[in-house]
Design a protein around this ligand. Sequence first.
Ligand code: SF4
Length: 189
Amino acid sequence: MTERLLKYFRTKQKEVQSEKTYDTQCPFCSMQCKMQLIEQTIVTRKKYTAVGKDNPTTKGRLCMKGMNAHQHAFHSERITHPLIKKNGEFVRVSWEEALQYIKEQVTAIQHEDGLDALSVYGSASITNEEAYLLGKFARVALKTKHIDYNGRLCMSAAATAANQTFGMDRGLTNALSEIPHARVIILAG
Ligand code: SF4
């Protein structure tokens, strides 16, 4: 009896009760590979799989980063609510309190040192649309001339070297379609 029950539950655990598909894209590099994230519900668990979608650049393939990009959202240490440091400790606060605090600090800094006293620093993991909004936020809302992104830190050395060596700042010096015809390919980085 126990054996049959165990077998029943083991079979049940493999069954997919529902499945949802989300069209999305990998945010990690300029390829911006298209993908689908498939969410499967198995008993009380959720299982996620990333599948590449056809696109002119990578033709439906994903690299390891893209296949695992969604895991950022599920990391146990991801911060999902606002925190303010009070007496040396981070304390959970409401969004209203956090936004009010940010507004007061931003206004005080700009009042004292001018609009350009603030700068905005973008992430490499944001999408094109988010990067556009961040630019608008910096220039129109904050009215600061200082905006940059993490590429200044991680890519500027490569860009300088590429400019000096090849006369252009590109990840690739040739079109992808030329790769099958190349006699030599140098990969660095
Ligand atoms: S899957 Fe890889 S190649 Fe494609 S956008 Fe993401 S990081 Fe870039």
